[in-house]
Write a protein that binds this ligand. Structure first.
Ligand code: FES
Length: 278
């Protein structure tokens, strides 16, 4: 029997904003009935980009319903761009915590939110991590990018934790070797964080170091292959870049972003920088 907080009980027994929203203009759908959990999140976003109303339909356990319910409360009245910054941890925290085996419910909420806002913006209605990654767990439709992102956002260190947060590996187990490999590779990047903790960095200093690293370390390497890179935004430790020239047409741009751009920014700026492509 899971130990649920009072907030989870309340949201499960008396869900807020339950049901579809007829005038929704942003809908995010994640999970599938075959996987045991599914969430369809409805948002009504006004012309000013503010989420005016919300609704949801969830198939799943008490945690899935509670996560969906609290999420619809959290985002109501928020600007869509600000809502995109909500993490699964925020959802779990709003519920006073979730059993570790149920953290995947909060991840499902965050992904549905991202999918809905992407649809509203005219982008493919699929979260980044699902769209760009390579499929790792066929039973639950989980990609490598999704595993890496969940590990980074939640500080995961073991395969078991990855299963708790994403469900990957929790059925036939055929993907466990691949998950072990991803976890090992991801953790091998971590010692920089642990061995060389750096003092807290100001936004201005971070921006300066990002620009310097792009100019001195990254751009010359891309230019030698006929490519280039442009800085689009720095939002805390999230750096958004755009690949140019030959890099922009490259099918392995995801690898360039993570294995070159992110690796060097982590080395020269901050060890927990997350790089996304615009
Ligand atoms: S492929 Fe991942 S559990 Fe079956």
């Amino acid at each position: 029997m899971w130990q649920y907080t009072e907030a989870v009980h309340d949201h499960f027994l008396h869900p807020h904003n339950a049901g579809p929203l007829d005038d929704a203009n942003a809908i995010g759908e994640v999970g599938s009935l075959a996987c045991g959990d599914a969430l369809k999140l409805y948002l009504k976003i006004n012309k000013a980009g503010v989420i005016e109303n919300t609704g949801f339909e969830t198939f799943g356990c008490a945690s899935a319903i509670a996560s969906s319910s609290v999420l619809t409360d959290m985002v109501k009245g928020m600007r869509a761009d600000d809502a995109l910054k909500i993490t699964n941890k925020d959802i779990a925290t709003a519920l006073g915590g979730l059993p570790k085996q149920k953290m995947h419910c909060s991840v499902m909420g965050q992904e549905a939110l991202e999918a809905a806002i992407r649809q509203w913006k005219g982008e493919p209605p699929v979260p980044h991590a699902l769209e760009h990654g390579e499929m790792v767990c066929k039973c639950f439709g989980v990609t490598d990018a999704q595993i890496i992102r969940t590990m980074r956002e939640n500080g995961l260190k073991t395969v078991e934790e990855v299963t708790n947060y994403t469900k990957a590996g929790g059925a036939c187990g055929e993907c466990l070797d691949k998950i072990t490999e991803i976890v090992g590779k991801e953790l091998s990047l971590k010692p920089l964080t642990e061995i060389r903790p750096k003092p807290r960095m100001t936004n201005v200093r971070r921006m300066q170091l990002v620009l310097k690293t792009l100019d001195e370390e990254i751009r010359p390497r891309l230019e030698s292959d006929g490519g280039d890179i442009e800085l689009v935004d720095v939002d805390g430790r999230r750096v958004v870049v755009s690949l140019r020239g030959r890099c922009s047409q490259c099918r392995s741009s995801d690898v360039t972003i993570h294995n070159l751009v992110e690796r060097l920014l982590r080395e020269h700026v901050e060890p927990d920088i997350i790089v996304e492509e615009a």
